[in-house]
Design a protein around this ligand. Structure first.
Ligand code: HEC
Ligand code: HEC
Ligand code: HEC
Ligand code: HEC
Ligand code: HEC
Ligand code: HEC
Length: 263
C-alpha cells in the first residue's frame, strides 16, 4: 500500500516538476540556499538609501530560542521579507528588533564595555555583503542537533521534542499573559487525486510552534474543508507555503507531508 502510494507520488511528482521549478525559482536562483542561508531574510527598505549595509535576519539563531508567535504576533513582524517597515528609531524605542536587542534580552545597537569604551554593534545586524563574525557559528552551534535532509538540515521538531531546545513563548514587557487554549484536534487532509496518500497535518504541533494567529483567520478559515487550495497554490507561497520553503522545511521533501507519520 505504502509502495503503491509512493509510485503514484513519483508519477505525479514528475508532472509537477515544471511548476515547482517556476515556483521555487530554480531558474533564476541557480542553486539551493546553503543550510546556513535557509530562512535568512534581507531587510533593505531604508539601509542602502542611508548608506549602511542591509540587515540580514537569521531565523535559525532565533528559532533556537523563541516560538514563531513571539515575533510574528507579540512583536508584530510581518510574515513577508521587508513587510514590517522598520526604522532604527523604532528599534531604539523598543519596537521590532529593539524589543529584544536592548542590552537585556540580547545585545543592543551600542554597548559599554567596562563602563568606558563604547562598542558599536551596527555591523552585527547590518551585515549584508560584509564579513561579520557571528558570535554563534552555524555549523559549530548546531552540530549536535538532530539532522534533517533539507532546509537548515536541522530537524527542528525533534530538537524541541527531545529537549535540545526550549522555546520561550513570552518576552517580558512585550508579550501579554495568555490563557492556554486547548490544543486543536489533528486531522488528515484528504487527497484530491485517487491513489495519492492523504496529507498528515498535525494541528497540535503547528499550534505549539506557531500559535493560532499565524494561520487563523488570515491563512485558513476556522472550519475544516472551507478553504480550497492546491499544490500549485502551496508552491506559489500561499497556504502551507506561507511558511514551508521560506522558514519551515521546503517542498523537496514531498514525503514529509504526503507520507510520513506525525510524531
Ligand atoms: C538588532 C539589529 C540592529 C542593530 C544592532 C542596528 N540596526 Fe540599524 N536597522 C535595523 C533594521 C532591521 C533596520 C531596517 C532596515 C531596512 O529596512 O533597510 C535598520 C535601519 C537602520 C537605518 C536606516 C534608516 C533609518 O533611520 O531607519 C540606519 C541608518 C541604521 N539602521 C543605523 C544603525 C546604526 C548606526 C547602528 C549601530 C549604532 C544600527 N543601525 C544597529 C536593525 C539593527
Ligand atoms: C526573533 C523573531 C522571529 C522569530 C522567532 C521568527 N521570525 Fe519569522 N520573521 C522575523 C522577521 C524580522 C522577518 C522579516 C520581516 C520583515 O522583513 O519585515 C520574518 C519573516 C518571516 C517570513 C517571511 C520570509 C520571506 O522570505 O518572505 C516567514 C514565512 C516567517 N518569518 C516564518 C516564521 C516561522 C514559521 C517561525 C517559527 C519557526 C518564525 N518566522 C520565527 C522574525 C522572527
Ligand atoms: C524575541 C527577541 C528577539 C527579537 C525580536 C530579535 N532578536 Fe536577534 N537575537 C535575540 C537573541 C536572544 C539573540 C542571541 C542569541 C544567542 O546568542 O544565544 C539574538 C541574536 C541576533 C544576532 C546575532 C548573531 C550572532 O551570532 O552574532 C543578530 C545578527 C540578530 N539577532 C539580529 C536581529 C534583527 C536584525 C532583528 C530584527 C529584525 C532581531 N534580531 C530581532 C533575540 C531577538
Ligand atoms: C499551521 C497552521 C495552523 C495553526 C497554527 C492552527 N491551525 Fe487551526 N486549522 C488549520 C487548517 C489547515 C485547518 C483546516 C482548514 C480547512 O480545511 O479549510 C484548521 C482548522 C481549524 C478549526 C476548524 C476545525 C473543524 O473541524 O472544522 C478550528 C476550530 C481551528 N483550526 C482552531 C485552531 C486553534 C484554536 C489553533 C491554536 C491553538 C489553531 N487552529 C492553530 C491550520 C492551523
Ligand atoms: C508542506 C506540506 C506539503 C509538501 C512538502 C508537499 N505537499 Fe503536496 N499537498 C499538500 C497539501 C496540504 C495538499 C492538499 C491540497 C488539497 O486540499 O487538495 C497537497 C496536494 C498535492 C497534490 C494533489 C493535487 C493538488 O494540486 O492539490 C499533489 C499532486 C501534490 N500535492 C504533490 C506534491 C509533490 C510532488 C510534492 C514534492 C515536490 C509535494 N506535494 C510536497 C502539502 C504538501
Ligand atoms: C505558520 C507557518 C506554517 C504553516 C502555515 C504551515 N506550517 Fe507546517 N510546519 C511549520 C513549522 C515551523 C514546522 C516545524 C518544522 C520546520 O520548521 O521545518 C512545520 C512542520 C510541519 C510538518 C512536520 C510534522 C511532522 O510530523 O513531521 C508537516 C507534515 C507540516 N508542517 C505540514 C504542513 C501542512 C500540510 C500545512 C498546510 C495545511 C502546513 N504545514 C502549514 C510551519 C507552518
Amino acid at each position: 500500500m505504502r509502495f503503491k502510494a509512493l509510485i503514484v507520488l513519483l508519477v505525479v511528482a514528475i508532472t509537477l516538476l515544471a511548476s515547482i521549478a517556476l515556483a521555487t525559482n530554480f531558474g533564476t536562483k541557480k542553486r539551493m540556499p546553503r543550510p546556513q542561508e535557509f530562512g535568512n531574510v534581507i531587510i533593505n527598505n531604508y539601509s542602502e538609501k542611508n548608506n549602511i549595509a542591509p540587515v540580514v535576519f537569521k531565523h535559525w539563531i532565533h528559532r533556537t530560542k523563541y516560538t514563531c508567535r513571539v515575533c510574528h504576533v507579540d512583536v508584530g513582524f510581518a510574515m513577508e521579507a521587508g513587510g514590517s517597515d522598520i526604522k532604527e528609531e523604532d528599534n531604539k524605542n523598543g519596537l521590532y528588533c529593539g524589543s529584544c536587542h536592548n542590552g537585556k534580552e540580547a545585545f543592543a545597537a551600542t554597548a559599554r564595555e567596562k563602563l568606558v569604551t563604547e562598542v558599536q554593534n551596527c555591523d552585527r545586524c547590518h551585515s549584508y555583503g560584509k564579513e561579520v563574525k557571528n558570535q554563534k557559528d552555524f555549523n559549530e552551534y548546531l552540530k549536535d542537533f538532530p539532522q534533517a535532509r533539507f532546509g537548515n538540515r536541522i530537524d527542528w521538531m525533534k530538537a524541541e521534542a527531545t529537549g535540545r531546545i526550549k522555546l520561550k513563548d513570552l518576552v517580558e514587557g512585550i508579550s501579554m499573559k495568555r490563557q492556554a487554549i486547548a490544543a486543536p484536534k489533528d486531522f488528515d487532509i484528504k487527497s484530491t487525486i485517487l491513489g495519492m496518500p492523504d496529507i498528515i497535518f498535525s494541528h497540535k504541533i503547528h499550534a505549539e510552534i506557531n500559535g493560532c494567529e499565524l494561520c487563523h483567520p488570515e491563512v485558513f478559515g476556522a472550519k475544516k474543508g472551507v478553504t480550497k487550495y492546491s499544490m500549485q497554490d502551496i508552491f506559489a507561497g500561499k497556504y502551507c507555503g506561507s511558511c514551508h520553503a521560506k522558514v519551515a522545511f521546503p517542498f523537496y521533501d514531498c514525503q514529509l507531508c504526503h507520507l510520513k507519520e506525525v510524531y
